[in-house]
Design a protein around this ligand. Structure first.
Ligand code: MLT
Length: 303
């Protein structure tokens, strides 16, 4: 039996995992994987935009949002085990993945390990390279600062690099939501995840083996996983598409959700041969632009 809603609980690998599930029962499944140190709620606008045509699922990675943590040390491989276990418990044989940043690291590793379970992939604001020495030092400093100065200070610092400079002025609601997500994460989980990120393996050498439709998206001002990292993945994944999201930094799905959603919508419509969803605002402005011609066309079709 399937449960629909925003905070459904499920046991995966002996751990309670929280997830959102929306959309028609028999529709293609898209699983959203959040970035660090966020949670599934970062995907609310994408879920809203796609749930008319797809079964859309966003889950909290262990130790994030409302999912339990347990004591096992974190690693990207452990997060992949959780994802596959989650699909098994929900009896989802095949799905598309959309991962942002850490979500992209998990998605790439999941496809490398289980290529037959996935149909298409969206890599948003992410990279295939492992941490470079200077990033490892930054992670160590972040762990120290969380332990000494606390999570609130860490949240204040984090948003400065997560958002584009213009979003820091304009996207106050999104900034507040992101700070809340960070502060709601325990310091133990933050430190364990920072360590897991710092020791993750590269996935660049696997890109040319990916045999499925791939969309690469990146915010024009992403400082953490910049456009050149996206371009590298696009160049090495045969047949992939890449788009730069304007007016956005590292959290392009939150900073410019309209463009991000349009790209997703077009991509999945191509992957699954489904009509694109046109929201009423777009439809009305289209009708206004087309005016007489459209009326004539509709008159013709309705005859
Ligand atoms: C994320 O958004 O998931 C993080 O910025 C990833 C990272 O720090 O490598």
């Amino acid at each position: 039996m399937r449960y629909l809603g925003k905070n459904i609980k499920l046991i995966v690998n002996n751990l309670m995992v929280s997830y959102t599930d929306a959309g028609p029962d028999d529709a293609p499944v898209i699983i959203f994987i959040h970035g660090f140190p966020l949670n599934k709620s970062m995907w609310n606008k994408q879920i809203e935009a796609l749930m008319g045509n797809y079964r859309v699922i966003a889950y909290d990675i262990r130790g994030h949002g409302d999912s339990e943590m347990e004591s096992e040390p974190f690693s990207i491989d452990l997060f992949v085990n959780d994802l596959i276990g989650f699909m098994d418990v929900l009896k989802i044989d095949k799905a598309s993945l959309c991962g942002l940043s850490m979500g992209g690291y998990i998605a790439l590793k999941a496809i490398k390990r289980n290529p037959l379970r996935f149909e298409s992939l969206v890599l948003a604001d992410t990279t295939c390279i492992a941490d470079q020495p200077e990033t490892i030092v930054k992670r160590k400093n972040a762990i120290k600062s969380i332990k000494e100065e606390g999570v609130v200070q860490y949240a204040e610092e984090s948003v400065k690099s997560l958002f584009a400079p213009e979003s820091l002025i304009r996207k106050l609601v999104e900034i507040a939501a992101v700070k809340e997500m960070i502060i709601a994460t325990t310091d133990k989980s933050l430190c364990q995840t920072l360590h897991a990120l710092s020791v993750r393996e590269e996935t660049c050498s696997f890109l040319s083996s990916i045999k499925m439709p791939v969309l690469v998206l990146v915010g024009e001002h992403d400082k953490i996983t910049p456009p050149f990292a996206a371009a590298f993945m696009h160049k090495n994944i045969i047949g992939s598409k890449m788009f730069i999201i304007d007016h956005a930094g590292h959290l392009s799905n939150l900073e410019n959700s309209d463009d991000f959603n349009d790209r997703l919508n077009t991509f999945f419509a191509t992957v699954y041969g489904r009509p694109e969803i046109i929201d009423s605002e777009t439809y009305n402005s289209f009708v206004k632009k087309m005016g007489k011609q459209l009326n004539m066309f509709l008159g013709f079709v309705m005859k």
